[in-house]
Design a protein around this ligand. Structure first.
Ligand code: CDP
Ligand code: MG
Length: 139
């Protein structure tokens, strides 16, 4: 069973989309095995997105991600990483397939509602960034 880390970003939380995002994952066979609401400070957002340090969008992205509460979750299931990313849609909502969360709900390429890990190594790092072993409930 694969695990991935997803986040309902601050724009998603303020648009009342927490339930919508979780429902989409659950309906598609993913199991929520860890869940919490957090509020990242700037440093925590910078640490989470460290791979993007130096990119033109880094400053704005980390300011946005520390602008309010987020909901972080660990999802488990067969092919959880790619399934989550499929349900999210492309980073830029203009490129996102119809029916995906980002196509339906994102404001723009930055405020795109939801995060999902992009590979096994990133998933392991990102899950560990927010959750310890006692906060993950898997049979
Ligand atoms: O989230 P995803 O893996 O689809 O995209 P990314 O390339 O890993 O970028 C991380 C996040 O940075 C995106 O989800 C956007 O919120 C933001 N971003 C941005 O503001 N402008 C870009 N040109 C690319 C990404
Ligand atoms: Mg990414």
């Amino acid at each position: 069973m694969e695990r991935t880390l997803s986040i309902v970003k601050p724009d998603g939380v303020s648009k009342n989309l927490i339930g919508e995002v979780i429902k989409r994952f659950e309906e598609n066979g993913l199991k929520v095995v860890g869940l919490k609401m957090i509020s990242m400070d700037k440093k925590e957002a910078e640490g989470f997105y460290a791979v993007h340090r130096g990119k033109p969008f880094f400053e704005s992205l980390t300011t946005f991600m520390s602008s309010g509460p987020s909901v972080v979750m660990v999802l488990e299931g067969e092919g959880a990483i790619s399934k989550t990313r499929e349900l999210m849609g492309a980073t830029d909502p203009k490129q996102a397939k119809e029916g995906t969360l980002r196509c339906q709900f994102a404001t723009n390429i930055e405020r795109n509602v939801v995060h999902g890990s992009d590979g096994p190594e990133t998933a392991a790092f990102e899950i560990g960034y927010f959750f310890n072993a006692l906060e993950i409930f898997s049979p």
